[in-house]
Design a protein around this ligand. Structure first.
Ligand code: PHE
Length: 445
């Protein structure tokens, strides 16, 4: 990346990365599957105590090294740089996520059109449409996946600063506006009270080791942590950007949108007595029925909603491809185009395999040890790779980077007390809590 981000450009791009399908698609369905309030509480606590701490650390590392994640670990290490550099290969995680993520963006494109022409009147009808598409229509999904793939790679080929910052500037507010409108509409529904209760009254009897690790994984996923994305963006931060303030802004916006989406979706679920634990179809099944309630206006709102969601998804997908591309350019002196091919090939193959997982008569080819490839990628990255890499980032920043370097950078934007709290969190709170949770997850599953 030749030029540097301005402060607002950085906040927008990092928010563009953080805010995505994780907020509107994944957060609600995971909350539904994991019993509601207690899951949300653990998620919020993780964002606040571990997520923001690590987010700041990733920005700091990128900003200090001004290079790709592998080079960052290698050059900033006070010792064992040759070994630490392997921690930078967390960027592989972002490629794996990109593969299944782009399949879902494909579904969203289909729904942009679907909302415009045909809104289902009941949850049952909506389930049938979604199920039919995802489990049987390979061709359409494949075409849409290809389309998304080319859009994303085309934008990355141009460098991320040009069009994408501008698109974010328009579409992120649009997404908030549409969600705001929908939230306002859900206030008037009977389901709203139940939805609120479901999300904010924790029932700890539902918490298991798996709930905790899932909530923690989701907190990492939603902040784009542990895969080199934030580090890569940090590498092109301008010198005077306030890292602390920007990180809080991104985390706030990200959490706000997830909670908003959750409130809206569960209002509908309870309004129509549907099942909260529906899995990945939740957004695609329940929301269209609300749009139906809005009459012909619903077609437009529905379409706009999926347009905004598609853009939120695309800006995130871009941020998953960029770290590996940046790495190839920096380390192997590849041209951007050559790097795109090297990164694109595995993403394309894995994406196609994830897509096949949902198709009834193809899934047996991509099921390993009884688990579909889509789930393997999702669980492997979110539950394991991201948290483990988070521990590496914390331990590395806390023990293997010169404290003065970090202090000099951060003290401009935080008081000494705050710095000490953050430094304590990065050395002790973040690594220890995540390790305990990982162990607990292994024992619990
Ligand atoms: N944070 C994005 C979301 O919530 C997903 C993401 C993960 C983006 C990892 C970049 C890297 O949708």
């Amino acid at each position: 990346m030749k030029s540097k981000f301005t402060q607002i450009g950085f906040v927008l791009s990092a928010a563009g990365s953080a805010i995505g399908l994780g907020n509107v698609w994944k957060f609600p369905y995971m909350t539904g599957e994991n019993g509601g309030g207690a899951f949300v509480l653990i998620y919020l606590i993780t964002i606040f105590f571990v997520g923001i701490t690590l987010f700041i650390a990733e920005v700091v590392l990128g900003r200090l090294s001004r290079t790709d994640p592998v080079g960052t670990f290698e050059t900033l290490a006070t010792k064992h740089g040759k070994k630490w550099k392997y921690a930078g290969f967390a960027i592989i995680g972002s490629m794996l996520i990109a593969s299944f993520y782009m399949v879902i963006i494909g579904w969203i494109l289909k729904y942009m059109y679907e909302m415009f022409v045909n809104l289902p009147s009941t949850i049952e009808a909506s389930s049938a449409i979604f199920g039919g598409f995802v489990t049987a229509d390979f061709n359409m999904q494949f075409i849409l996946f290809n389309l998304v793939f080319f859009i994303v790679f085309f934008i990355v080929s141009k460098g991320i600063k040009g069009g994408i910052e501008k698109a974010n500037l328009i579409l992120m507010p649009l997404l908030i506006l549409i969600l705001g409108f929908m939230l306002f509409y859900s206030f008037s529904m009977d389901g709203f009270g139940k939805s609120f209760e479901f999300l904010f009254y924790p029932d700890f009897s539902k918490v298991t080791g798996k709930t905790i690790i899932t909530a923690v994984g989701q907190a990492f996923f939603t902040l784009s942590l542990g895969v080199g994305t934030i580090m890569t963006y940090g590498a092109s931060l301008s010198d005077d950007t306030n890292i602390v303030k920007s990180s809080f802004q991104v985390a706030f916006l990200d959490t706000f949108i997830a909670l908003m989406a959750g409130l809206i979706i569960f209002t509908l679920i309870f309004q129509y007595n549907a099942e909260p634990a529906q899995g990945s179809g939740l957004v695609f099944i329940s929301l269209p029925t609300l749009f139906y309630q809005l009459g012909s206006f619903g077609n437009i709102i529905g379409m706009l909603f999926f347009v905004a969601l598609a853009f939120a998804g695309i800006t995130s997908a871009i941020s998953m491809i960029e770290p590996s591309v940046f790495f190839m350019i920096k380390r192997f002196k590849f041209s951007r185009v050559k790097a795109l091919f090297a990164v694109g090939a595995p993403v394309y193959i894995f994406g196609t395999m994830s897509l096949m997982t949902n198709i009834d008569n193809l899934k047996r080819f991509v099921t390993y040890f009884g688990i579909g490839f889509f789930d393997i990628l999702d669980k492997l990255t979110t539950l394991w790779m991201m948290p483990i890499s988070g521990v590496c980032v914390a331990v590395f920043t806390g023990y293997f980077v010169k404290k003065e370097l970090v202090y000099n950078l951060l003290s401009k934007h935080m008081s000494d007390t705050l710095f000490n709290i953050w430094y304590f969190a990065i050395r002790y709170v973040a690594p220890i809590s995540v390790i305990i949770i990982l162990i607990n997850g292994i024992i619990g599953s």
